[in-house]
Design a protein around this ligand. Structure first.
Ligand SMILES: [Zn+2]
Length: 201
C-alpha cells in the first residue's frame, strides 16, 4: 500500500488522497446523510407550517408563508427559499448516491429522478418571479402540474414522493437485504453487530 510520513514521522496510508466524493460516500457517508436528512426535515417543517397556517388557522394561501417566510416574506415572493431547497436536495441526492448499492441504490435514484422533475418545476417558478413574467398571463408564477392541481397540495405531494423512496433507500442501506454486502461506509447496522461479535470473539 502507498504510504506517507506525517509531521511526527508516523507512517500513514494515503487515505487523505481520497477525493471529496470518495469521503462523502465512504467514511463520511453516515454523517453526510444525517446532515442531508436535517435539511430535508427543515424543508418539511416549512411545508407543514404552511399547511397548518392554511387548514388549521384559516389563513389565505397568499399569507401562509411557512416559517422563515413570516419574517422574510421576500424569500417566498422571490421563490428563493424553495428553489434553494430544491437545488440543495438535487445536489445531495446526486453527491451521496455512490454510497448506496443494490436495492437501496435503486430507490435512491428513484428519489433523485423525481427530484429532477420537482426542481424543474421550481426552476420555472423562480424564473417567472425573477423575470416578472408569469406563464400564460397568470397572476402568480405557475408550474406545469399547477395547471391541474393546487400549488400547496401539489408540493406536499412532490415532497412526499421524493421523501418516501429516500427513506426506503436509507432503510435498505442500513439493513441490507439478504445476499447484499454492507456498503463501504459505516451506515449498515448489521456491520456494527458483525464487528461487535468479532471483538467479543
Ligand atoms: Zn452510507
Amino acid at each position: 500500500m502507498a504510504t506517507s510520513a506525517n509531521v511526527h514521522g508516523h507512517i500513514l496510508p494515503i487515505s487523505s488522497h481520497e477525493t471529496l466524493s470518495e469521503k462523502l460516500n465512504g467514511r463520511w457517508h453516515e454523517k453526510a446523510l444525517w446532515g442531508f436528512m436535517a435539511i430535508v426535515l427543515a424543508h418539511w417543517g416549512e411545508h407543514f407550517a404552511q399547511a397548518y397556517q392554511i387548514w388549521v388557522l384559516g389563513w389565505p394561501p397568499s399569507k401562509a408563508n411557512g416559517i422563515l417566510g413570516l419574517w422574510y416574506p421576500w424569500l417566498i415572493k422571490s421563490e428563493a427559499l424553495h428553489y434553494g431547497y430544491a437545488v440543495v436536495m438535487l445536489i445531495g441526492l446526486w453527491v451521496l448516491r455512490k454510497g448506496f448499492a443494490g436495492r437501496s441504490h435503486t430507490w435512491w435514484m428513484v428519489a433523485f429522478w423525481i427530484q429532477v422533475w420537482h426542481h424543474f418545476e421550481h426552476f420555472l417558478l423562480i424564473s417567472q418571479a425573477t423575470l416578472h413574467h408569469n406563464l400564460m398571463g397568470k397572476p402568480v408564477p405557475f408550474s406545469v402540474l399547477q395547471f391541474f392541481f393546487p400549488r400547496v397540495q401539489l408540493h406536499l405531494f412532490y415532497n412526499a414522493v421524493v421523501f418516501i423512496p429516500m427513506v426506503i433507500a436509507m432503510y435498505y442501506h442500513m439493513f441490507p437485504p439478504k445476499g447484499e454486502a454492507p456498503a463501504a461506509c459505516t451506515c449498515s447496522r448489521y456491520k456494527d453487530e458483525k464487528e461487535e461479535a468479532e471483538s467479543h470473539a
